[in-house]
Ligand binder design. Structure first.
Ligand code: G6P
Ligand code: MG
Length: 215
């Protein structure tokens, strides 16, 4: 039995990882070191603050808390400047259709994202109305793999975590779902998302039937 579906945003609903990457790379380059796409993988699902800490470690650079706050804001200003232009056609294949089919079937939906920009992005791509509850980086204190963001989503939907399915593209996100006692569908490759209960390449591969098969 599945009562609710909880979705990560970046990499599941929209491909904002590319914008995060451009902005983090620009920041790293300004500090005098490079930042690769491979290294960007490590940041998926992590908060802005945690991401910056990892980037500074990669560059072997030390910054005070005040300097870190300035750097994080610089990165976010560039990022916000890019997502301002996002359009509905940037929704990943199958996401809108799957959300609509859940709505029709009476399965509740929540967003569970570490991003403080999640609300803006949902508005830009025209998906806000398809989520019953949005839990974003403004509402949580602990970063994935802590289950806080998903547990808050389940609570907001009045759903028992045992009957919730989380959709995630990040290792930390799949771990968070399992730590919260939920089922996890990994979006991506089985090599990376080993803890997931099922792997699909995109939400285009999901259906109500496949959701039921999870039980
Ligand atoms: C998501 C992304 C991360 C990003 C985080 C915070 O989890 O996968 O790469 O760092 O959100 O996003 P924000 O928009 O608050 O900087
Ligand atoms: Mg993600």
């Amino acid at each position: 039995r599945i009562d609710a579906c909880i979705f990560d945003l970046d990499g599941v609903i929209v491909d904002t990882a590319k914008y995060h990457y451009i902005a983090w790379k620009r920041l790293a380059n300004e500090m005098g070191f490079d930042f690769t796409e491979e290294q960007n993988e490590l940041l998926k699902g992590l908060s802005r603050t945690r991401s910056l800490e990892i980037i500074l470690e990669i560059g072997g650079v030390q910054k005070s808390a005040e300097e870190q706050a300035v750097l994080a804001k610089r990165k976010n200003d560039w990022y916000v400047d890019m997502i301002r232009h996002m359009q509905p056609d940037e929704v990943l294949p199958g996401a809108r259709e799957f959300l609509e089919s859940l709505r029709e079937a009476g399965v509740k939906t929540a967003l569970g994202s570490a991003s403080k920009n999640a609300g803006t992005i949902l508005e830009k791509v025209g998906l806000a109305a398809l989520f019953d509850v949005v839990v974003d980086g403004n509402a949580v204190t602990a970063s994935k793999p802590d289950p806080e963001v998903f547990l808050k989503g389940a609570a907001g939907l009045h759903a028992d975590p045992a009957y919730c399915v989380v959709f995630e593209d990040a290792v930390a996100g799949v771990q968070a779902a399992k730590a919260g006692g939920m089922k996890a569908v990994g979006i991506g490759s089985a090599d990376v998302l080993q803890d997931a209960d099922m792997i699909v390449s995109s939400l285009g591969d999901m259906s109500l039937q496949r959701l039921k098969n999870l039980k």
